[in-house]
Design a protein around this ligand. Structure first.
Ligand SMILES: NC(=O)c1ccc[n+]([C@@H]2O[C@H](COP(=O)([O-])OP(=O)(O)OC[C@H]3O[C@@H](n4cnc5c(N)ncnc54)[C@H](O)[C@@H]3O)[C@@H](O)[C@H]2O)c1
Length: 269
């Protein structure tokens, strides 16, 4: 988008995503970053497609968001992002619903495993990298034709502080490596797709109060981990959603290939 295409009315109106169609992967769980992002996007006028492996949870999430907002602007699709055919089928469904429009993709689906380096099996490696890294590429590939057709779009990839500092929050080396791969993929996609009006950025969350990979750690436990950080607590899913909104909307129209750290100052670059 060039400067003349900026819409100051949209930026000033409080409805930063009015009329936009957003796809968010990994948006099924009630306390997750994906669900919080969907809620915020809807509050800013977007229609939102929620994708998740868990079909029941995804449909329930969409129904809940529609009830909360008094709209029919959310819909759920079952989609394993590690499966190219599933990504293509889900995006086909979204485009049939949206009349061919797709403005924003948030690649948020993820999972982790706690493993020492020596304990990571080949199956573990595949499990993590297939979802985190391959899934980010596959769902982006599925979304690209619709973004290209309108010469515009914003892709937001959810990485992790673990990618930057070699773990220390959740997960093993394979998770850190896959999330670091997401940062490289983000920059390469940004470089290649910018001239087509498509921006690609990443977010690196620190420790967030979700049910991520159902680790069993309590919220108190997570806050205690953050006691020594500049903002001495864990983050909330809505605080990651805020960065997603910035990157998804025209507020960031001259931003591509970057990573926004949302970590309470736990890791400074
Ligand atoms: N919670 C944290 O502290 C934290 C920190 C850094 C990064 N992250 C990242 O944030 C993202 C969201 O995590 P969250 O904390 O909201 O946890 P979450 O478990 O609530 O969300 C992850 C979602 O991804 C879905 N998912 C897993 N495999 C999938 C697949 N193959 N296809 C589609 N969906 C799949 C899960 O069902 C779940 O709904 C993840 O990418 C995670 O790595 C989380």
């Amino acid at each position: 988008m060039d400067a003349s295409a900026l819409d100051p009315v949209r930026i000033d109106s409080g409805a930063l995503l009015a009329g936009r169609m957003a796809v968010i992967s990994g948006a099924g769980r009630p306390r997750g970053i994906g669900r919080a992002t969907a809620r915020l996007f809807m509050a800013h006028g977007a229609r939102v497609a929620l994708l998740d492996v868990d079909e029941e949870e995804t449909r329930a999430a969409a129904a809940d968001l529609n009830q909360t907002t008094g709209t029919d602007h959310a819909r759920g699709w079952a989609c394993n992002v590690a499966d190219a055919a599933a990504c293509a089928a889900a995006i086909d469904g979204v485009l049939a619903w949206s009349g061919g429009r797709l403005d924003v993709l948030v690649n948020n689906a993820g999972l982790t495993q706690k493993r020492g380096v020596a304990e990571i099996s080949e199956a573990d490696y595949d499990t993590i990298t297939d979802v985190v890294l391959r899934g980010t590429l596959l769902l982006s590939q599925a979304a690209l034709p619709a973004m290209r057709a309108r010469h515009g779009g914003s892709i937001v990839n959810v990485s992790s502080m673990s990618a930057q500092q070699g773990g220390g929050i959740f997960g093993g080396a394979h998770y850190c490596a896959a999330k670091a791969g997401v940062l490289g993929l983000t920059r390469a996609m940004a470089r290649e797709l910018g001239s087509e009006g498509i921006r690609v950025n990443a977010i690196a969350p620190g420790l967030v109060l979700t049910d991520f990979s159902r680790t069993g750690r309590s919220d108190d436990d997570k806050h205690a981990s953050g006691a020594g950080w500049p903002l001495p607590r864990a983050g909330h899913a809505a605080e990651i959603a805020g960065a997603c909104l910035f990157l998804a909307s025209d507020l960031s129209s001259y931003v591509t290939g970057t990573t926004i750290d949302v970590n309470g100052g736990a890791h400074m670059r």
